[in-house]
Design a protein around this ligand. Structure first.
Ligand code: SAH
Length: 243
């Protein structure tokens, strides 16, 4: 597993290519990224519950894609920087920003590179639905831990790795319900909450909350609940200097 990105960039070109190929569809609420549009209010609400008011907070969104969450956080008054390594996704994000006038700054830069450039620079770092697409997720968590200021919050979301998540997130979501294009997710890259929490701990981040996100195919609704067996969100706090 890659732990440093300077020698080997922590990116899987095949994964980036998947997102780049679909980039023009990013803001179609009925398109391939529909699930991201549908979960956006839920995750935004959870982030606000953990972080408090987003107004005037400096927020970094790692793996921002077309900017669905970045824009929503900016609409709440946060100063958002969105980073991604897909040029196409960022192109779409920049175009959409012209329409929505969302004050987000988008940059094509690796999290690890930005961490070396701007340590302790953000009040909040988010990294949603992205860790399961990179070769070295621990390195992304470490970068997030460097980028966030003491006392700041890191929020991630990803997919758990177990038999149920294979059935629900791969077979169910991609093949049966066709919520996502086939091949979107590689189950072997899914991450157990204990693994993500341990990577956080290793870089001095305290795991403060975890919550599951479930999908009901009958009501076609997502909701937040205790069950973390498939999709989940996790929040960390970087200890304040006087802690
Ligand atoms: N976070 C967004 C998009 C999730 S899709 C949201 O939840 O709405 C996953 C994103 O991760 C894609 O935009 C893809 O280009 C990006 N990505 C994949 N590997 C990456 C890497 N190594 N560094 C930065 N972004 C990456």
């Amino acid at each position: 597993m890659t732990t440093s990105s300077t020698a080997t960039p922590n990116v899987d070109p095949a994964e980036l290519a998947k997102f780049s190929a679909l980039a023009h569809r990013w803001w179609d609420p009925e398109g391939e990224f529909r699930p991201l549009h549908e979960i956006n209010p839920l995750r935004l609400g959870w982030i606000e519950r953990i972080v408090g008011e987003l107004r005037n907070k400096r927020v970094l969104d790692i793996g921002c894609g077309g900017g669905i969450l970045s824009e929503a956080m900016a609409a709440k008054g946060a100063h958002v920087t969105g980073i991604d390594l897909s040029e196409k996704a960022l192109g779409v994000a920049r175009l959409h920003k012209l329409e929505s006038a969302a004050p987000v700054e988008y940059r094509l830069v690796a999290a690890e590179t930005l961490a070396a450039e701007s340590p302790n620079a953000y009040d909040v770092v988010t990294c949603m639905e992205m860790l399961e697409h990179v070769p070295g997720p621990a390195s992304i968590i470490a970068a997030a831990g460097t980028l966030v200021r003491a006392g700041g919050i890191v929020v991630i979301s990803t997919l758990n790795r177990n038999a149920k998540s294979y059935l629900y997130a791969v077979v169910g979501a991609e093949y049966v319900l066709q919520l996502l294009p086939k091949g979107t997710h590689d189950w072997a890259r899914f991450l157990k909450p204990s693994e993500v929490a341990a990577w956080g701990r290793r870089v001095g981040l305290d795991m403060i909350e975890v919550i599951g996100m479930t999908y009901n195919p009958l009501s076609r609704r997502y909701r937040l609940e205790h069950d973390v067996s498939v999709n989940y969100l996790m929040a960390f706090r970087k200890p304040a200097l006087h802690d």
